[in-house]
Write a protein that binds this ligand. Sequence first.
Ligand SMILES: Cc1cc2nc3c(=O)[nH]c(=O)nc-3n(C[C@H](O)[C@H](O)[C@H](O)COP(=O)(O)OP(=O)(O)OC[C@H]3O[C@@H](n4cnc5c(N)ncnc54)[C@H](O)[C@@H]3O)c2cc1C
Length: 427
Amino acid sequence: MFLKATTETKEHAPSYYAASANWQTDYPQLEGDLNVDVVVVGAGFSGVATAVELCERGYKVALVESNRIGWGATGRNGGQIIGGYGSDPSAFRSSIGSEGVRIVEDMGSECVEIIKDRIEKYNIDCDLKWGYCEVGLKKRHLKSYREWADEEPAIQLLDQNEIKQYVNSDLYLGGYYREDWGHIQPLNLCIGEAKVAESMGAKIFEQTQITRITYGENPAVHTEKGSIRANHVILCGNAYMGNLVPYLDARVLPATSCIIATEPLSDEQLQQTMVRDVAVCDSRTALDYYRLSADKRLLFGGLSNYSGLEPANAKGIMQAKMIKVFPSLKNARIDYSWSGRMGISVRRMPQIGRIKDSNVLYISGYSGHGVAPTHMTGRILAEAVDGDTHRFDIMNKMFHLPWPGGKLLRRPAMAVGMMWYKMLDAL
Ligand SMILES: Cc1cc2nc3c(=O)[nH]c(=O)nc-3n(C[C@H](O)[C@H](O)[C@H](O)COP(=O)(O)OP(=O)(O)OC[C@H]3O[C@@H](n4cnc5c(N)ncnc54)[C@H](O)[C@@H]3O)c2cc1C
């Protein structure tokens, strides 16, 4: 597989989401100096959700984005609302205790509730649909579903025939369905939430890159044309923040994932593929994930890799993957193809913490699983600013380890790791 560097502009990637956005955001650039209570850097779900939570608590907030609202992973992802995290909280029992594990597990459901409540409360138009299936290609996948179903009443096990009532593919041995997870048009949710924050007084700046931070009790962020001083700075740049904060750069590995969108499918094509309008993931590490858009396109994602680069023929490779799952889509036209970067943390848990004992807080590293968790971390960060650091402290105790190998070796090391997982997937 040949890889190429992704060419990015300061406008949205050429995604189905950008093409179906409810409106084009056009907030001003920062010029001059400003004082606020909290400045949030990065306007993906992490930054925008944090801004909403802070505004709801009465804080004066500035939200600063290098490009456009939702330009990063947020405006390019699979749109799947999945509770929990990339990692099992019980793996952190030695650092956060059993009570900490219970609190983190509870937040794995609360994050979905936040999205549901926010969309309802503020009437955000973002094609919300409930229903999620995980599908298994191996007997061991089905075994893990059975074990999970024993503990989780929301899980409805499906055998090989039953799964076809949801996803009509011969590839799967079975799966499960749950109706409390689902999908959304992520860019429309994010720009809708930004509008909510704006309506509560947040000052939003686009195409404004933070190039320097002054740390301390009253930190400040600096751009080419101005600065913002605040009581707190919250860094939400995730996999797109580069080396602005070397401590975070060492702890976030940017990985690439690709998505294609077909033309709108006919009723006949839908019967042969997505019988039910649910979000779907398979259970491999290098997984396929897919769902329908509001206008019945199949949005099919996968091809995650840790090189940070995009395969040269991502569209063709993704199309072949899609046809493997749904051979009847052999001749379906592909209207959009794009990729995005997600931040991977060593332990695959979102990393929430504080830089150098200052009032500069951060969140990063959802490890490919952030649509719902970003809404939880936004709440935790706002609680911390508001003086309640209970949940922040628990998350912060889950050690945020640097990637081994430093800047030079971590990518090749991870690429080898990914090859290993792909081999295990195939067994
Ligand atoms: C292709 C793809 C598919 C995915 N599918 C799913 C899915 O279906 N379900 C799921 O749960 N998760 C999914 N994810 C993961 C999910 O999208 C992310 O975890 C989530 O969007 C992270 O949001 P964020 O706000 O932390 O980061 P981003 O959305 O990446 O936002 C960071 C923002 O910060 C800005 N920024 C960076 N540095 C600066 C600076 N110096 N100054 C100003 N602004 C700055 C960037 O421009 C960017 O807009 C997927 C990710 C990708 C890439």
